[in-house]
Design a protein. Structure first.
Length: 134
């Protein structure tokens, strides 16, 4: 396991990446990629996405500042669980950081990722409404 003791995203178990164990490399779901998977490398200052589409390999390197922020996404209408995403204005470049976890744990992880990466915090409710958290 390359995710610093965390469960890699896309493994069939809840992704739980540790923001204090960077750099980290992990697989993530990617509907547009061959095998519907991509490799993600995440560090404090950059994100590298590797994937293949129709056999053509590509590598996308982005500075962390290219991302909109860290988004806490309510997983269901009850608001009991949430996911955390490193959000990009192009949804295909967004990176899952924590999948479907109890809201209190997800919120603590969300705040930690915001501090570590120096990005703004956002909330998205089940209806898709998004707001910046001050």
């Amino acid at each position: 396991m390359e995710a610093g003791g965390a469960m890699p995203a896309g493994s069939g178990r809840t992704a739980r990446l540790d923001p204090f164990a960077l750099p980290v490399r992990f697989p993530a779901n990617d509907a547009g990629a061959d095998g519907q998977m991509r490799q993600v490398e995440l560090d404090r200052d950059r994100v590298v996405l590797r994937r293949a589409v129709r056999g053509m390999r590509m590598k996308i390197r982005l500075p962390v500042e290219a991302f909109v922020g860290i988004t806490l996404v309510s997983s269901d209408a009850s608001g009991n669980t949430a996911s955390v995403i490193l959000d990009h204005c192009d949804p295909a470049l967004s990176v899952p950081l924590l999948d479907d976890t109890a809201l209190d744990d997800a919120a603590a992880t969300w705040r930690a990722w915001g501090r570590v990466l120096g990005l703004s915090l956002w909330r998205r409710d089940p209806d898709g409404d998004i707001s910046l958290v001050q």
